[in-house]
Design a protein around this ligand. Sequence first.
Ligand SMILES: Cc1cc2nc3c(=O)[nH]c(=O)nc-3n(C[C@H](O)[C@H](O)[C@H](O)COP(=O)(O)O)c2cc1C
Length: 194
Amino acid sequence: MTTQELRTPLTLAVLVGSVRQPRMGRLIADWFTDRAARRDDLRVDLVDLAEVPLPLADTPPGGNPASPIAERLAAADAFVVVTPEYNHSFPAALKNAIDWHHREWTAKPVAFVSYGAGSGGIRAVEQLRLVFAELHATTTRTGVVLTAPWERLDWQGRLVDDGPLGRAADATLDELAWWGEALRTARRDRPYGS
Ligand SMILES: Cc1cc2nc3c(=O)[nH]c(=O)nc-3n(C[C@H](O)[C@H](O)[C@H](O)COP(=O)(O)O)c2cc1C
């Protein structure tokens, strides 16, 4: 790694995977993004899919270069996907956003912040691992799992960051940063697939 890269923070894109209104997803993503932004090894970009028009009919194989977020995803060295569990899987809007892109995910790490009623969204995460494997992305073992996050809100409607939750977020970011740095160097030294 060059001295320049040592000084350059990794760009982390945090994707909000639920788009319905009202929703829990944005406040969970805001909590996680605030936590990530405290680190000097990361530069965080919050990508809220509810704010991005990605029509379902426009998903050619290999990604759509007209995507309004392609540049932001391409600039990312690592991703965090904030996902709920819908009917034992992940939201359709999230899958659509994944399918709109292709090279943007390649040879990059993806971590998950999941939530749900009973299982903390882990069924959504296990299925997303298969999707990202197809896109040549690697998923981290460590993640944040929130069961019934609506029971963890303070009087202002913000997620209460107790010890274990904050530590789970930090452990996730530690692992993601390791992969992010390793793969940034690897992509530079030998472009993926060459
Ligand atoms: C269509 C739908 C299906 C759901 N299915 C599940 C489920 O299978 N497992 C679960 O734990 N929670 C399930 N839930 C509860 C959600 O996890 C919970 O409502 C969560 O807040 C959804 O995230 P959002 O508010 O960001 O959309 C479901 C919610 C919706 C709207």
